[in-house]
Design a protein around this ligand. Sequence first.
Ligand SMILES: [Zn+2]
Ligand SMILES: [Zn+2]
Length: 260
Amino acid sequence: MTKPNSISKLSSFALGLMLIVIVSCGNEDPVPSTPDPTPEGGTVSIKDVVSANYKSAVTLTVGTSSITLRSEGVPDHPSPYWGEGNSLFEEQRAGGTLNPGRIATQNYSMTIEIFPTEASSKEATSLGPIGMALNGVPIYNDREGGNVPVDEGVLGSFDRAGAHPGPGNTYHYHTTGDFTGNDNANLIGFLRDGFPIYGRKDVDGSYPSNLDSHGGHAGTTGEFSTAIYHYHASNVAYLNSRFYILKAGSYHGTKGTFTN
Ligand SMILES: [Zn+2]
Ligand SMILES: [Zn+2]
């Protein structure tokens, strides 16, 4: 005679549970109870990863919804563009040339959203800084003055970091190199739309096969245990060189400001 009793206990328990659910639904604010299923929906905060990974040359100001990163834009690694006499000067790589520029301090300020979101209409990246590497050096796209793709001559001027100075001695990365990320899953920095950019591999050691037309996809990374949209450096050797373009095409999200 215990069986019917336990069933009736169970059903009254279930009824009570339903009532609690109904009552609590009625009292809650109209906020969806399930998380946004699309990781690019602005549900992942970049605050902790930015704080933990940018080097001391980058000063962070964390606001309620955005972070401002300030740097002088000079690298923390050797380059021929430091000029002879500097402790970080080294000869240009074999086969390379030098342009007339040198490394000089700048006054960069990039502001990005803490919860980056996908833009409904994708804006093309343009000349000048499109992001900031972890050492404070700006990231540029695949183009040079005149908005033409980097050609053999320009490629020759890259040091082994995949960088060179532009007008105003603005040293910047166009490609992978020996100090940021390349054939690995290294976090390289963040673009102006607040999304991170990585080397050519994913954290599991594979080359991503599902990158969208903006060079990114959603997934977990070494720094983000919750899936987030992130870019990867191109996996095509640029003009058959040792360099791989960091980022071409459009932003996934909405770009923030980057001033000098
Ligand atoms: Zn350039
Ligand atoms: Zn990935």
